[in-house]
Design a protein around this ligand. Structure first.
Ligand SMILES: Nc1ncnc2c1ncn2[C@@H]1O[C@H](COP(=O)(O)OP(=O)(O)O)[C@@H](O)[C@H]1O
Ligand SMILES: CC(=O)N[C@@H](CCC(=O)OP(=O)(O)O)C(=O)O
Length: 259
């Protein structure tokens, strides 16, 4: 099986132009088949504040009412996606920017949670693996924004870590997939303020304890949940860390162990 890397970059890197450029420089040198999934949560939150739109997060997910859906669609599938595509093209990468509605790539259903109304948040029901593979085999680097759709004309907001996970799982049928959740810290930390407290290997049991203690919280919750789902669903290797550090050999991040 050919190897493929799915890289996800988060909002804190996207929001900082020097960190983003550093990331894109390293990313554009990555050999082989690659898919990039991006977030942009920080930029959406900052713009919402400027526009006087309230932001509510629950367990690392955005409660997405109609106003917030408009805003996140403009930010993720517009400004962020197109800026990344242009920056990659400038580095000689054949980037193709999409969201989940394009070529019906990511079908989702509006989340129906018993106690929390998430609004227009989508849970992925189907990945159009064939359409993804066609582009990958044509050497395009898909740049995927975290907007999905329900197939009936409704756009939905889906956490970017979840999108990276579902894309990686779907592609595992055809490729040996490595999934990297890249963010601004070296990996999962014992103390989120201390970059030296990296956990180099994380088991599901160890993770559950750290969640219970509150060591893993906010945005790290969806990342770790997704990471274990990926490693237990056919993805060959899953790492949470800073892609630039990994490429420069400084830190291999947190490796997610199976079971
Ligand atoms: N144990 C932990 N180790 C590292 N980061 C953590 C931990 N617990 C919570 N976090 C927080 O999770 C954030 C990453 O989640 P998030 O902001 O959603 O990332 P991104 O949008 O960049 O993917 C970190 O910036 C940090 O504040
Ligand atoms: C439903 C939900 O939470 N969607 C996320 C999508 C963006 C995202 O995941 O961005 P980061 O990777 O930068 O956090 C949100 O709107 O924040």
């Amino acid at each position: 099986m050919a190897e493929l890397t799915v890289v996800k970059i988060g909002g804190n890197i996207i929001d900082d132009s020097s960190k983003l450029n550093e990331f894109l420089d390293a990313f554009s040198n990555l050999p082989g088949k690659i898919v990039l999934v991006h977030g942009g949560g920080k930029m959406a939150t900052d713009l919402a504040a400027k526009l006087g739109i309230e932001t509510k997060m629950h367990k690392g997910r955005r409660i997405t009412d109609a106003e917030n859906l408009k805003l996140v669609t403009m930010v993720y599938a517009g400004l962020v996606n197109k800026n990344i595509v242009a920056a990659l093209q400038a580095r000689g990468v054949n980037a193709l920017g999409v969201c989940g509605a394009d070529q019906n790539l990511l079908l989702a259903e509006k989340r129906n949670h018993p106690s929390t109304d998430y609004g227009y948040v989508g849970d992925i029901t189907k990945v159009n693996t064939l359409a993804l593979c066609k582009q990958i085999e044509c050497n395009a680097v898909m740049v995927v924004a975290p907007i999905t759709h329900d197939g009936q004309g409704q756009l939905l907001n889906t956490n970017a870590d979840t999108i990276a996970t579902e894309v990686a799982i779907a592609l595992s049928r055809f490729y040996k997939v490595k999934l990297i959740y890249s963010f601004e810290k070296p990996g999962v930390l014992l103390d989120a303020e201390d970059d030296g407290s990296l956990i180099s290997k994380l088991s599901a049991e160890g993770c559950a304890l750290l969640v219970e203690k509150g060591t893993i919280n906010t945005g790290m919750l969806p990342k770790t949940e997704n990471a274990f789902h990926a490693i237990n669903s056919g993805v060959e290797e899953v790492v949470i860390g800073n892609f630039v550090n990994m490429e420069n050999g400084f830190s291999a991040g947190t490796n997610i162990s199976q079971v």
